[in-house]
Design a binder for this molecule. Structure first.
Ligand code: M6R
Length: 611
């Protein structure tokens, strides 16, 4: 969490930093701040979103050629002006921004308190900054040296950027566990939590690795490890256009991203799936195909929406590949000393590729000898880099905090892996394999058809917006979709929603049912359908309001439902890519009709880089 931006070079730094912060706001929006080298350090910060800071500093002299900026998702200390970054050191000569958590900050703080330091904020960041300054003063060393020494004492995760009043063109940066990209321009450098702040200025980027420290000047980038050895920066070409991170005429990123799905699923299949030739080509999977085929167990680790994609994949892999699959919350998996046996394959699923829980879970599994495959959206992200192999989802930048297009792209990738392995292993017949390839190829078009019902769903949103709770029910492949529908609604509308296996409902949640409770059934036509219809009847009998996602032409479900949301017919294995779409729209429109900030729901952040 938290977005960080930096610039040093001949241009005005403030507009670059502030525009970068607007693009990184998805990472946190509790407070915003900038530090500028303007005849001494000038620090401006404010509780709230970037726009609030901008309004607050109208009329100030913001001229500077070097600056850093931060948008915060609060960990230590409540979101207020005092705890906003940048922080200044005791002397006022250093300013620092930080993304991550310093776990041993209390110990460091005690040491500093004993030396007479006082603190203006409640943050771990201010502690680290003063710790660095203390080393600098005591050892009479450079800031770079002090940072290196300090970081050897730090337990936790960080990206830090520092400005020093006495060295106004230089930014010192270091990373462990949180993302940092450096954009290399001509006589200038850009920094960001991702590449979006630098897109219109340069396509040359360096992804900084853990335990690396960078000294950045307009015409110089020095990269070192914490042992003070120089490293050669690996400059990569960025394959991302500005249009991909703009709203493109939609009211919100979330709506744009929902409507992008026919294209993003297509992008994900392109160059990989050849339905006529009957082939699936995925280089990062192909090289581990043997190990996957022979795996005794596949463990999917992920969080949130990505975890739901893992749950769908569990059904698909077990059906097509006959391999035992377990789906784990990354945060639980990492802490319980998991049993990893030889022959286990771990699939890490993540949109951002930076989720701290997932990252540490796979580090744990990797250390125990497991093969790690990443199904990741953000190219060059930490999870992608730490994985042995895997496949990108190619959904393009997902900026709305609620994950939508990343989910369907994850399903497309995971389905392709399962098809490939099942076919190679012989657990999936050639006939069914060929049929499924054709069906998968047709999914983008069918998602486009599902989206044509958006106006109807917008009306349903107005009808159900005042419900206090929602229950989402589904079975088989659609059970995880019920969970995902409930998560979307909670995140965007702040309405309490629970997802449940439809049959399990009678073991408890049915007690909630009365005439005020909308019960959303994910009830596309599949092998569980008759059973789900019985569950609908049980809800109807108790006067619950039944709202169903159904396959076109399903009159039985229509007859039992107060309202329906229609998707085209498809093979049950692929149904989640269609049935989730109306649920994304329903959550979106309820959020909009309630006048909520759907792209930046309260308390959330897009990329959860803290535990
Ligand atoms: O970037 P990741 O896929 O690893 O993120 C995992 C979750 O934090 C994420 O899916 C979160 O639950 C979203 N807000 C869901 O909409």
């Amino acid at each position: 969490m938290c977005g960080i931006v930096g610039y040093t070079g001949p241009r005005e730094a403030y507009p670059i930093v502030i525009k970068g912060l607007r693009r990184l706001e998805y990472r946190g929006y509790d407070s915003t701040g900038v530090a500028l080298q303007n005849n001494g350090l000038k620090v401006y910060k404010k509780k709230g979103k970037v726009a609030e800071l901008e309004e607050n500093i109208v009329g100030k002299d913001l001229h500077a050629h070097a600056g850093i900026g931060h948008t915060r998702w609060a960990t230590h200390g409540e979101p207020n002006d005092r705890n906003a970054h940048p922080h200044q050191s005791a002397s006022g000569k250093l300013a620092m921004i930080h993304n991550g958590i310093i776990e041993n900050y209390a110990q460091l703080k005690n040491e500093l308190l004993k030396k007479g330091y006082t603190f203006k904020s409640d943050t771990d960041t201010e502690v680290l900054l003063n710790f660095i300054e203390e080393i600098m003063v005591n050892n009479e060393c450079s800031l770079e040296e002090a940072v290196r020494v300090a970081l050897k004492r730090v337990v936790g995760a960080y990206v830090i950027l520092l400005l020093n009043e006495d060295d106004p063109e230089t930014i010192i940066a270091a990373r462990k566990g949180s993302p940092l990209v450096i954009g290399v321009g001509k006589g200038e450098h850009f920094l960001g939590s991702d590449a979006s702040p630098m897109l219109e200025y340069t396509k040359e980027v360096v992804y900084v690795n853990d335990y690396e420290l960078a000294i950045i000047r307009p015409d110089e980038l020095i990269l070192k490890n914490l042992g003070n050895e120089k490293l050669t920066p690996y400059v990569q070409k960025l394959d991302l256009e500005l249009a991909a991170i703009e709203k493109g005429g939609y009211d919100h990123f979330m709506l744009k991203e929902i409507f992008e799905q026919p294209q993003t699923i297509q992008d994900c299949l392109r160059g990989r799936l050849d339905a006529d030739a009957g082939t699936i080509t995925m280089a990062g999977i192909d090289q581990y195909a043997e190990q996957i085929m022979n795996a005794k167990r596949i463990v999917m680790v992920a969080c949130g929406t990505s975890w739901h994609a893992g749950l769908v994949a569990e059904y698909i892999f077990e059906e097509l590949c006959r391999i035992n699959v377990e789906v784990e919350y990354a945060s639980e998996f990492r802490y319980r000393n998991p049993v990893i046996s030889e022959g286990d394959v771990i699939i890490a699923i993540s949109q951002s590729g930076e989720t701290a829980d997932t990252l540490v879970a796979i580090e744990t599994a990797k250390a125990k000898g497991a093969i790690i495959l990443g199904v990741v959206n953000v190219v060059g992200s930490s999870i992608a880099r730490i994985s042995h192999g895997g496949a990108y989802t190619h959904a393009g930048p997902e900026i709305g905090v609620a994950s939508t297009k990343a989910f369907t792209a994850q399903l497309a990738v995971l389905t392709m892996i399962a098809l490939k392995i099942g076919h190679a292993k012989g657990t999936l017949s050639n006939e069914r394999y060929m049929g499924l390839l054709k069906e998968l190829n047709a999914i983008p078009e069918k998602v486009a058809v599902a989206l044509t019902h958006s106006e109807h769903i917008r009306k349903l949103a107005s009808k159900y917006k005042d419900a206090r709770d929602f229950l989402y029910l589904g079975r088989g492949y659609n059970f995880p979709v019920a969970l995902e529908g409930a998560l979307k609604l909670k995140e965007i509308s702040y309405i309490h929603a629970e997802g449940y296996p439809a049959a399990e409902m009678k073991h408890g949640p049915i007690a909630l049912v009365d005439e005020t409770l909308p019960v959303v059934f994910v009830a596309t036509r599949d092998s569980y359908h008759e059973k789900v219809v019985s569950n609908m009847q049980e809800i109807k009998a108790r006067k619950g309001m039944v709202v169903s996602v159904i396959t076109e032409g399903d009159e039985t479900s229509t007859g039992l439902s107060n309202d329906v949301m229609i998707v085209p017919e498809c093979d049950e294995i692929l149904a989640p890519m269609l049935s989730v779409v109306p649920l994304q729209l329903l959550a979106y429109y309820i959020g909009v009709v309630k006048d909520l900030d759907v792209d930046k729901p309260r308390n959330l952040a897009k990329s959860v880089t803290v535990e």
